[in-house]
Write a protein that binds this ligand. Sequence first.
Ligand code: ZN
Ligand code: ZN
Length: 180
Amino acid sequence: MASRPQSLSGGCLCGAIRFAISLSSDGDWPPTTNGTCQCTACRKHTGNILPQYTGFKTKDISPPLTSNPEYKTYESSSTGSRGFCSKCGSSLTFNDKRDPEHTEMNLGAFDEEVLCGKKDEASAWEDEHGRHVPRVGGVGKELCTAKYHIFMENAIPGVTDELEGTKWRLSSRMGKRNWD
Ligand SMILES: [Zn+2]
Ligand SMILES: [Zn+2]
């Protein structure tokens, strides 16, 4: 397993919003607050059939997202708010107003080097399939392995229902009914 990184960098597609999340030594690594959500609001906001998030302490995100004038939020329910870049439209976060100390980050917002590692151009080779560039580092596996899946009642049979991890109807917060 890759050792604990000191921080994780990410941002929106256009680059107007950049952030780094510091991982304090007492924080949980690999993160356990990592899951997918198939509720319609998460799908619509991300444009993705299997949105995935990891939760972090809001205070560990710097600079604070709300300090960036391009960062806007949309209140998708009486308790939920979703953050995005007003310039390029990248969907970035979910916040539950009852728990402002935590922010769920959309995993696709993290940088390629965080997810896949740095390209090692010096070790690249080419064959009939094209150019292969090995990657060095990256914590995608630790960061992105989902521990749970919520709103499984919206799963698309044969497409988004065969998932490793604990499965819930609704969310673990809204109702602790196991899917299987
Ligand atoms: Zn942007
Ligand atoms: Zn959702």
